[in-house]
Design a protein around this ligand. Structure first.
Ligand code: ATP
Length: 981
């Protein structure tokens, strides 16, 4: 240890962040140091002071207290104090006494830390290098963002997520049929965009009833912490814009759409992505748009990315659907008639794609394809496909490429993704169980009078205040509205036989009964649901929670949780139509439709609560119907007219548009009904056939291209099975002070040790920690088990901390080697590329932080290719820190020289790194620009802004890559010792 003199500069070995200290006073026993930058004063015992004298040498860059910089050339010492001599940035020769060094000088760069004797543990250096290596690999991996989420690898979802997340500021409609996983798709897209930096802030707007479900899904499946914003929370922020309070904001549509002031705040808060669930509720009509549509229209004008989610895009009519497409791209979707005309061509395109299977050797098929594939490239592919002399492999490749090219031309395909059960396959059977019941006298009176007396309908509408045909379809509602009638004295559920039927089924333990089974009941009106629950309680002693749109969030979630609970939960949940939309109830297989909804899409939404991914049983649909009632006629229309209970057919909306009004008029007239059913059936068959070859066929083919989906799945599996992950994690956990214990069945328990470094996600000292697995399958069946992947927050946090901080950037180790005399010095230098660029460019896909490793011996010989990192590491031994400091001090000059030499050698490798990155970037972006430009000629859904944005991106990326610099990331000094020492 050097002698201390006032004015000397020292730094604390343990607390380098205090900055540069100055000796204030000292005597034989103690020394007091002032750390001005952090305003701390410390007194140490001179014999054990954990301090290192700061001495700069030739080539070091220093900063003066007055703010100018200098590169040290020489130094002189007088009275124990050093004065540095060197050139400032203007080339002037200057002197700088150490007392005038800036207090704020930080010693966190590898070079400074090494030369001031701050060394870390050898295994930290090791972890740092490995972290850099894996980070570089994962950042470029095709599965980035898709491998972490706790989901089953379902092809259509991964296909869509990959297609969308790879686009610049994606704007799409996710319109898979009910329950096929739109939330999962949106989650995957968001997760990938967050990980690759293209999105930093997202706003998610969902119906009130789904806020909690989204919150849970995003956390449980994607480890994304989302902030749920409501009015109470917003008020707590006072005058501060509450939307600025988090990166990921989830808000209920009901709240935001009704609140212009909050909308202003949302508009002012710069989000990168907007997600809107159940988007069919954004109502628009020629007479004017609703508040939801207007709000999203404004937001989507300032937020670059937009995901609209709906299972029933056309539920509110084709015009309303078109208006929502306009939210995605107002330039493209401004003329409905043109849009319809375009759609009429899709039949030819679909037919041409199907015809490819008949080639070669079929002139008709060839003519179909030729008529559509009229550009030069496509014609060339067609020629290859039809060339009898081409090999089978060549023909297959041509067929696949041609099919892709034709699909790409399909206008809406780029904007709308719609998978259907039929196409995806593997969904359970649906079984219809009808329970015909006699009309109770109170309802019969009304129906019979309506049948007899034409004028009575108007009277009834006025008396009840209900709409037509609601008044006919929902007799209990009409009964409630006519409560002044002395004959309607009792509660409706006392007189309604459906309630008794239900009670009998609930207690029936035969195969056709509900005893021991969960049952979901959906009724159209909230009041029906509430009355029914009361009836079940009073008449049968059943506790059936009610789930409807006017419940508070907590009440609703409590009801859903009680129903989901397998042990001790409730058997029955009664829902209203709107209240249950979007919810996950696939753990249940019995659905009672207490009445019928009016729109086929609503019917599909109801069945979709159970018929979802994860449903393992055939679905039992139970419908009590009143014989000879309007409700029964409506059911017949659904069943006989459009086979609505067996599977979704995707044509319900068109049939409703065509026959909805006539049907309402036929609900009291069997003869008229028969006619409407027959006409509906004819149109149903025709539409199915038309859709099979036209737009739906194209949407179907386009919503999941199996070969590409498989590539994404393979990429995810590659990361799932990456053997390097457990090895890396074991090392990292050890260093961060987390204990891991195998507990069998592929599970491990992670627990904080006493020495754990603070701030690791999910781990708090003194608490239990968590159970985790590498296995996707295990994690899917065990909600309480976390899945470990490169994308798990714990791994990302540890990797981030290593790479962003100083951890392990300087180390010293001893090498015992027979062949090398002792006392020799080597320096292992790791340089890292730095390439400042906006995160949104996602530069890492082409040039992630890249390591350049050099191993130099004291003579300057480059041993890098002779001794690998791992090979060297195996023979190294750790050394205590004070010895390490002494060794470094004694070799200061040699080390400086090696560092300077290393910089030069590493610099020579930079051009090829830059060139390769530039080439990779150009290969990908040029191809994409060329593809989009060619496509734009055929497909108007390709936004010109998208192509321009890609061109701008290419330019910005090129400039950023060009500006890449190499910096020393870490250094390890190696000193040889005798093998037998
Ligand atoms: N890949 C997957 N792995 C595991 N579970 C999944 C997967 N995809 C979907 N699920 C589950 O299936 C159910 C339906 O998915 P999701 O809620 O995303 O469907 P949706 O299309 O949004 O439904 P809706 O049309 O009713 O809004 C959810 O419980 C979801 O967690």
């Amino acid at each position: 240890m050097s002698d201390f003199s006032p004015g000397q500069r020292w730094i604390s070995d343990g607390e380098a962040e205090l900055g540069l200290g100055t000796v204030l006073n000292c005597d034989a026993r103690s020394v007091t140091i002032l750390f001005s930058a952090s305003q701390e004063t410390r007194t140490y015992n001179t014999r054990q002071a954990p301090l290192t004298r700061v001495m700069f040498g030739s080539g070091d860059r220093v900063l003066s207290a007055d703010g100018w910089q200098m590169v040290v050339d020489d130094s002189k010492e007088s009275g124990g104090l050093i004065t540095y001599i060197g050139e400032d940035s203007d080339g002037n020769l200057r002197e700088l006494p150490e007392a005038k060094l800036a207090d704020t000088m930080q010693f966190d760069q590898a070079r400074d830390r090494l030369l001031t004797g701050q060394v870390d543990r050898n295994d930290w250096f090791d972890l740092r290098f490995r972290t850099l290596h894996h980070y570089q690999r994962i950042e470029q991996h095709n599965a980035l963002g898709f491998s972490g989420p706790r989901i089953d690898l379902i092809p259509h979802q991964l296909y869509i997520a990959n297609e969308v997340a790879n686009r610049h500021a994606p704007r799409v409609l996710l319109a898979d049929e009910v329950g096929l996983g739109k939330t999962i798709e949106a989650g995957l897209i968001l997760h990938r965009l967050l990980l690759n930096g293209r999105v930093e802030r997202a706003l998610i707007l969902v119906p009130d009833s789904l806020t909690h479900q989204w919150l849970v899904e995003l956390l449980r499946r994607f480890s994304l912490n989302v902030t749920l914003l409501d009015e109470t929370q917003s008020q707590a922020h006072g005058s501060y814009n509450p939307f600025e309070s988090a990166q990921l904001v989830l808000a209920s549509q009901g709240w935001l759409f009704a609140n212009p002031q909050r909308q202003e705040q949302a508009l002012a808060s710069q989000f990168d992505l907007l997600i809107v669930d159940e988007a069919h509720h954004l109502d628009w009509s020629e007479e004017g748009s609703g508040p939801g549509y207007r709000c999203v229209e404004q937001l989507s004008a300032v937020i670059p990315g937009l995901l609209l989610l709906t299972a029933t895009p056309e539920q509110m009519g084709i015009k309303s659907h078109f208006a929502r497409l306009r939210l995605l791209d107002s330039e493209r979707y401004h003329d409905l008639e043109r849009f319809k005309a375009e759609e009429s061509h899709y039949t030819e395109v679909a037919r041409a794609i199907d015809a490819l299977e008949a080639l070669p050797g079929n002139p008709d098929a060839s003519a179909h394809v030729s008529a559509v594939a009229d550009d030069r490239d496509s014609q060339a592919l067609l020629a290859t496909l039809c060339n009898e002399e081409a090999s089978e492999a060549q023909q297959d490749a041509a067929r696949a490429q041609l099919s892709e090219a034709l699909l790409d031309r399909h206008g809406t395909g780029r904007v709308m993704f719609r998978n259907s059960r039929r196409h995806v396959g593997g969904f359970p059977e649906r079984r219809l169980n009808l329970a015909p019941l006699a009309l109770p006298s109170a309802y019969r009176r009304v129906v019979r009078r309506l049948e007899r007396d034409e004028d009575y309908l108007d009277e009834l509408l006025i008396e009840t205040g209900m709409d037509h045909p609601d008044v006919l379809i929902y007799p209990d509602a009409a009964y409630r509205e006519l409560s002044n009638d002395p004959l309607n004295g009792e509660d409706w559920w006392h007189i309604d036989p459906r309630v008794n039927w239900l009670l009998e089924k609930l207690s029936d333990d035969s195969e056709s009964g509900f005893a021991n089974e969960k049952v979901l009941i959906i009724a159209h009106h909230r009041e029906t649901a509430e009355g029914l629950a009361e009836g079940l309680r009073v008449l049968g002693g059943y506790h059936a929670p009610v789930f409807h749109e006017d419940l508070s969030l907590i009440e609703r979630d409590r009801a859903a949780a009680a129903f989901a609970d397998e042990e001790g939960g409730v058997q029955v949940l009664v829902c209203s139509e709107i209240g249950s939309e979007g919810r996950n109830f696939q753990f249940c297989r019995h659905l009672v439709m207490f009445d019928m909804p009016q729109h086929p899409d609503q019917l599909e939404q109801r069945i979709g609560r159970l018929d979802r991914i994860g449903q393992r049983h055939a679905i039992e649909l139970h419908i009590p119907t009143f014989e000879g009632s309007p409700g029964e006629r409506l059911l017949r229309w659904y069943n006989e007219g459009m086979d609505a209970f067996s599977a979704p057919h995707g044509v319900g909306n068109e049939l409703f548009d065509a026959f909805g009004d006539a049907l309402a008029d036929a609900l009291l007239d069997d003869e008229a009904l028969e006619e409407i059913i027959a006409e509906t059936r004819t149109m149903f068959n025709a539409k199915l056939a038309e859709h099979d070859v036209g737009r739906n066929r194209l949407l179907e083919l386009n919503a999941c291209r199996p070969a590409r989906a498989q590539q994404v799945i393979d990429a995810v599996r590659e990361l799932d099975e990456d053997a390097a992950l457990p090895r890396y994690l074991e090392r990292a956990l050890d260093i961060f002070g987390v204990e891991s214990q195998e507990i069998g069945k592929g599970l491990m328990h992670l627990q904080p040790s006493q020495h754990m470094l603070d701030g690791l996600p999910g781990l708090v000292k003194g608490e239990e920690g968590f159970t985790a697995t590498y296995s996707r399958a295990q994690a899917l069946v065990r909600d309480d088990v976390q899945r470990l992947s490169w994308e798990h927050p714990l791994l990302r946090e540890m990797m981030g901390r290593v790479l962003d901080g100083t951890m392990g950037n300087s180390a010293l180790a001893l090498l015992r080697h027979d062949a090398i005399p002792s006392g020799r010095l080597m320096a292992e230098l790791v340089f890292r590329t730095h390439c400042p660029a906006p995160k949104k460019l996602h530069l890492n896909r082409f040039l992630p932080p890249t390591a350049v490793r050099l191993l130099l011996d004291e003579s300057g010989a480059n041993l890098t290719s002779k001794i690998s990192f791992t090979g060297l590491g195996k023979n190294l031994q750790k050394v205590n820190k004070s010895l390490a400091r002494d060794l470094i001090k004694s070799r200061h000059d040699q080390l400086r020289e090696l560092l300077t030499q290393g910089e030069g050698e590493a610099e020579r490798q930079l051009p090829s790194i830059v060139e390769n990155a530039e080439a990779r970037m150009r290969a990908q972006l040029d191809a994409e620009i060329a593809r989009l430009t060619a496509l734009a000629e055929h497909n108007p859904a390709v936004r010109s802004a998208e192509i321009d944005a890609l061109k701008d991106e290419r330019k910005a990326l090129s400039e950023a890559i060009e500006n890449t610099r190499l910096r020393l990331d870490s250094v390890r000094v190696i000193i040889t010792v005798d093998a037998d020492r």
